[in-house]
Design a binder for this molecule. Structure first.
Ligand code: IMP
Ligand code: MG
Length: 189
């Protein structure tokens, strides 16, 4: 992870399109360790299969899996939701499916952000149909007041305002994923 002493310094190539820091690199780091401890405790007898939802959850997955002190397994899915760049349509296309079997596994979906909840709702049904023993969600961010689909999220990193955000895996047009902090996006889409 990045250099926390530099958390208030925004990369010059990005500064121009970024607003305020919504979650600093240090806050992300500390919270991911807490989530890891919680998951380690809750899944002590049944190490989970972590399912990373590409691409937005890559940074989160990478840090979270290293903060869990259990023999976890990991796999990846890629989904793409149709619609305008900063709003989801709820129609989800599976771009890359899982490699492993979910039968009787304790599956933990690792997501970057839950906004309308439509993407997650779709994923839950899609993966739930493969008979996992349990299916839970660990979302780094939950947007306030945006959920059109009721979600029960076992783990949430931060509840944030409904603004569009980038950084720490989150993108706009594939950019800004490599920032260590999470910022509001103020540029043109
Ligand atoms: P939902 O289906 O509305 O919950 O949207 C979920 C997906 O939309 C997330 O997995 C992200 O990929 C994307 N998304 C939603 N809000 C943001 C944001 O603020 N920044 C970047 N991507 C977002
Ligand atoms: Mg996502």
């Amino acid at each position: 992870m990045g250099d926390y002493s530099a958390e208030d310094f925004t990369a010059t190539w990005a500064a121009h399109d970024l607003g305020e820091v919504v979650v600093s690199a240090k806050e992300v780091h500390d919270r991911v360790l807490e989530l890891g401890r919680q998951i380690t405790h809750d899944y002590a007898n049944n190490p989970p299969l972590l399912v990373c939802v590409l691409k937005g959850a890559i940074n989160f997955m990478s840090d979270l899996m290293r903060s869990i002190e259990l023999p976890v397994e990991v796999d990846f899915m890629a989904v793409s939701s149709y619609g305008a760049a900063t709003k989801t349509s709820g129609v989800v296309r599976i771009v890359k499916d899982l490699d492993v079997d979910l039968l009787n596994r304790d599956v933990l979906i690792v997501e970057d952000v839950v906004d309308s909840g439509l993407t997650l709702n779709y994923l839950r049904q899609y993966l739930g149909a493969r008979s996992p023993r349990s299916l839970e969600v660990c979302a780094l961010l939950l947007k306030e007041g945006e959920q059109r689909v009721e979600q029960s999220l076992k783990y949430v990193g931060f509840v944030i305002p409904a603004d569009f955000v980038v950084g720490y895996g989150l993108d706009v047009n594939e950019r800004y994923r490599n920032l260590d902090a999470i910022y509001t996006f103020t540029g043109e889409v």
